[in-house]
Write a protein that binds this ligand. Structure first.
Ligand code: G6P
Ligand code: ZN
Length: 543
């Protein structure tokens, strides 16, 4: 069958952000928008002639239609095989695993992660490379450059194929292999953890609630938790993926997973609560009356990872994104292992993981993962927590308390100022950047600035440099405030203000984080002029 070449012209705004291209679903559905971006991706990665690619998404509105378009274009561009999750479903970590398992040239993941879905929600597309991880910036830059000069795209005039049945089907000369989205991933999880110990935990009456938030992890969690580990039916709630995530916001944090939080802080709370996001790479962990911040979760997992078979020999090193708290650094220091501070975005962990320099990594934005795949992995984090709880026989609250007594506590919060006019957000960042050098010695809200800079990162493996990755201010007493613009939004700009206050005084380990962090927030706001420049005097979301 002859490919068709369709004339097109560049469409503005096709620059990939923190995690691929994210736009309103309606924008993605505009004539030529998806096609332009897919063809530009193909150009940016040097073509797909003869290649095998993995394709899947989180099942949100437009997922299946977009996959049909992508398959026709891959076939027209010479790909020989596409491995697609049944019904177009693959969680992001499962896609990462499949790319690695099958030695694919890469994959296309359709998701806007935790952003709401539906016809009026968000949609996204990203390319992951042969290591299973998000494309590095050099590649996304090439993709973006291609979107600016594109003149035509290639496709095949073939009908849609049935994605609902496992097996192979042809799209032109390309073989499409429809696979069970869960099986390979579940087998990987079984190979990492002490499944017997977790099974005994559940058999002993341990109660858990996993909120899949109507998103992609439902089938994975049911299979692994209720199927293989014997957790009682009903452990997984909101477990059927829906195109608009049940009208919700599938972001696992105390704000959007409020129902789970209420249950975990209520009178009949289970022992353990967890949630995952739209595409299954994020996680939230909450014990009975004990929410665990993502930064603390990473640190606790690093400290106890050796309890799981996959990490029994210890960790090569750990990495965290810059705005993530320094709790894991304390663990790394104790263990005598490497600890890396990278820019926000999972893609920056890739080289370190590939080089075997880090085993565990994580971010304040509810992502934790390891070298088993090249994405963060929500269910993996939940299973490692379960393995640790099974082995220590401690409750989440006791485990956290013991951890803080041992290492000190990094009080932490993130304040988001969402949907700020882009120019105003830029003015906040530019103004603060200009004053950084003068800040040391300045007193704001009773705190004295000790240092301030703009974060840049030199990758120790490939030597690449990422600049302008966030403005940092340190205060007397060790507190830190970081300002960053989100790279995942689709409307206006979101200013993120990350606040941290380390505490080692044993009498001050059980304070309310917001009490501890209010002075740091006040100082940061005063120094940045954010309220004046944006007209906002409070964040819309605090996590
Ligand atoms: C995605 C990325 C993460 C990143 C997060 C926050 O989930 O995969 O690596 O930390 O977005 O990004 P943002 O730019 O919105 O702060
Ligand atoms: Zn996600």
């Amino acid at each position: 069958m002859q490919p068709e070449t369709i004339a097109t012209r560049p469409i503005d705004g096709q620059k990939p952000g923190t995690s691929g291209l994210r736009k309103k679903t309606q924008t993605f559905m505009e004539r030529g928008f998806l096609e332009n971006y897919v063809q530009s991706t193909i150009s940016g990665i040097g073509g797909v002639d003869g290649a095998t690619l993995v394709i899947g998404g989180d099942g949100r509105f437009f997922n299946a239609d977009a996959i049909q378009t992508i398959l026709r274009m891959l076939a027209a561009n010479g790909a020989t095989r596409a491995i697609v999750g049944r019904d177009g479903i693959l969680s992001t970590p499962a896609a990462s695993h499949l790319i690695r398992l099958r030695g694919a040239a890469g994959g296309l993941i359709l998701s806007a992660s935790h952003n709401p879905g539906g016809a009026d929600g968000d949609f996204g597309l990203k390319y992951n490379g042969p290591n299973g991880g998000p494309a590095p910036e050099a590649v996304t830059d090439r993709i973006h450059a291609a979107t600016q000069v594109i003149e035509e795209y290639r496709t095949l005039p073939t009908p849609d194929i049935d994605l609902g049945v496992d097996g192979t089907v042809q799209v032109g000369d390309m073989t499409v292999e429809v696979v069970d989205p869960v099986a390979d991933y579940a087998a990987l999880m079984e190979s990492l953890f002490d499944m017997d110990a977790i099974q005994s935990l559940f058999a002993g009456g341990f109660r858990m609630r996993f909120d899949a938030m109507h998103a992609v992890t439902g089938p994975y969690a049911r299979d692994i938790l209720e199927g293989r580990l014997g957790a009682p039916a009903g452990t997984v709630v909101n477990g059927t993926p829906s195109p608009d995530f049940g009208g919700g916001h599938p972001d696992p944090n105390p704000i959007w997973a409020k129902a789970l939080m209420d249950e975990m802080y209520g009178p009949d709370a289970p022992d353990f609560g967890a949630a995952s996001d739209g595409d299954g790479d994020r996680n939230m962990i909450v014990g009975r009356g004990a929410y665990v911040t993502p930064s603390d979760s990473l640190a606790v997992l690093a400290a106890h990872a050796h309890r799981a078979p996959a990490y029994a020999d210890g960790l090569a090193g750990v990495a965290r994104s810059m705005p993530t708290s320094g709790a894991v650094d304390l663990v790394a220091e104790r263990l005598g292992i490497e600890c890396h501070e990278t820019p926000t975005g999972w893609k920056y962990f890739g080289t370190l993981l590939d080089a075997g320099r880090v085993t565990l990594c994580g971010e304040e934005s509810a992502g934790t993962g390891s070298d088993h795949v090249r994405e963060k992995d929500g269910l993996w984090a939940v299973l490692l927590w379960l393995n640790i709880l099974a082995d220590t026989k401690m409750s989440v609250a006791d485990l956290m308390e013991a951890f803080w007594r041992d290492y000190g506590r990094c009080y932490y919060a993130r304040h988001d100022y969402e949907d700020v006019e882009a120019a105003r957000a830029q003015a906040v960042m530019d103004g603060l950047r200009d004053r950084l050098a003068d800040l040391p010695g300045t007193v704001a809200a009773g705190l004295t600035v000790t240092a301030a800079d703009e974060f840049a990162y030199d990758d120790p493996v490939d030597g690449s440099r990422a600049t302008a990755q966030g403005l940092r201010i340190w205060f007397d007493g060790g507190a830190r405030a970081v300002f960053r613009l989100s790279g995942t939004g689709t409307v206006g700009a979101t200013i993120r203000l990350y606040l941290e206050q380390p505490e080692t005084d044993p009498a001050r380990l059980a304070l309310d984080p917001s009490d501890v962090l209010t002075p740091v927030a006040q100082a940061a706001l005063a120094l940045s002029n954010l309220p004046d420049l944006t007209g906002r005097d409070a964040p819309n979301v605090v996590t």
